[in-house]
Ligand binder design. Structure first.
Ligand SMILES: *Cc1c(COP(=O)(O)O)cnc(C)c1O
Length: 392
């Protein structure tokens, strides 16, 4: 099929709820993807943070092939090995909780919100979330997402959500009451512009939840699975949540979502209260197991720390040269370049020059290279960005 023919199929048959670039991607490998015209793209935002260990990682592809030959899916009426293995690997790398599996980040957050309601008393129906957050697009998670632009057209929202400014301990205290079931936050806001929580803020959430009998939920959908150089972002802050949600990079490119809860809380989720038909299917779980093993075998957490520092240094050097850059922030390979003006034209021009990055919250360039990235690939990305910024 030609590029034009594929795009025509979309125009005729696919709902136009995304603004798409006029390119058809036909292949992905490591830090690169390729379009139908044979153009190579250095992908520093692979799969919107899904391909965290690069496109088509050989260990993940191999695990999928093997699992596909044995069992693709069996419903949760039965036990299956990959789901059990994955739950163990995740539990051991986090806070020793138990897992529920689903298929996306929004679903993982839905599960977390429902569990918080079940575990706390029924008078507790309020949730506190932070301005600038992003938690998904389902009705509950869009209500949790404290950004008005995502609410337009969907009012009235599910009631009970209280929005507070991010990193504002005073506002958090003022919003708290014994009606609050949970606080749901990201340790680093992704869509909101790579905004990093302060240690004091996460500690205050922990303490207020404990004092008020509420549950602390961390949304690690974007920050988890090693992206920040630790398995989960909360591990940088020394504050442990009661419930954590994961998705995006967890499956190495395959759709999967997960919620982990401390055992005492998890035990509220009894048969009949929540479920997902595809959740925990053998194929997705085998892919996630292979992703975790690859991260360990190839020392990709260490690489994320080292290359994250390298990339931030290089971006800071660009800042000296280009006054449009205000500052650079991030942890590990989750990096934002705060601009003094809009960034979408810069992102478009980078793509024309063979580099994919992203712009979020209008003025933040988002760099989230795969954890397998090396120095020369970072250098190349910086060179392209440098030349685009030099054009003005
Ligand atoms: C992407 C994202 C979600 C939603 O995940 P989906 O898989 O698109 O439902 C939720 N929370 C955060 C922090 C995200 O980045």
């Amino acid at each position: 099929m030609t590029t034009k023919e594929t795009i025509e199929l979309f125009d005729k048959y696919v709902i136009a709820n995304y603004s798409r670039l006029p390119r058809v991607i036909v292949k992905g490998q490591g830090c690169y993807c390729y379009d139908s015209d044979g153009k190579e793209i250095l992908d520093m935002f692979p799969g919107w943070a899904v391909s965290g260990i690069g496109h088509c990682h050989p260990k993940v592809v191999e695990a999928i092939r093997k699992q596909a030959g044995e069992l693709l899916h069996i419903d949760n009426t039965f036990y299956s090995e990959p789901q059990g293995k994955l739950a163990k690997l995740l539990s051991e790398r986090a806070f020793g909780g138990k897992c529920f599996f689903c298929n996306s980040g929004a679903e993982a957050n839905e599960a977390a919100l429902k569990l918080a309601r079940l575990y706390t008393s029924q008078e507790k129906y309020k949730f506190i979330t932070a301005e600038g957050s992003f938690h998904g697009r389902t009705f509950a998670t869009v209500a949790a997402t404290a950004q008005p632009k995502y609410h337009e057209g969907f009012l009235p929202l599910l009631p009970g959500f209280l929005y507070v400014p991010f990193n504002d301990v005073g506002a958090l205290k003022a919003a708290f009451s014994d009606e609050v079931a949970a606080v749901l936050v990201e340790a680093i806001q992704g869509e909101g512009g790579i905004n990093i929580a302060t240690k004091e803020y996460l500690e205050a959430i922990r303490e207020l939840c404990d004092v008020n009998g509420a549950v602390m939920i961390l949304d690690e959908v974007q920050t988890g699975a090693g992206r920040t150089g630790k398995w989960f972002a909360y591990q940088h802050f020394g504050v442990e949540p009661d419930i954590m949600t994961m998705a995006k990079a967890l499956g190495g490119g395959v759709a999967i979502g997960a919620m982990m809860a401390k055992e005492e809380i998890a035990s509220s989720l009894v048969p009949g209260k929540h479920a997902s038909t595809f959740g925990g299917n053998a194929l997705a779980c085998a892919a996630a197991v292979a992703t975790i093993e690859a991260i360990e075998q190839e020392k990709l957490l260490e690489n994320a720390v080292e290359l994250g520092e390298y990339a931030k240094d290089k971006l800071n050097q660009l800042k000296e040269k280009h006054s449009i850059i205000d500052h650079v922030r991030g942890i590990g390979l989750m990096i934002g370049v705060q601009l003094k003006g809009p960034g979408s034209d810069i992102v478009d021009k980078c793509l024309e020059n063979g580099l994919r990055i992203n712009c979020t919250n209008e003025t933040v360039l988002r760099f989230m290279p795969p954890m397998i990235v090396n120095k020369s690939q970072i250098d190349k990305a910086i060179d392209i960005l440098d030349s685009v910024l030099s054009e003005g």
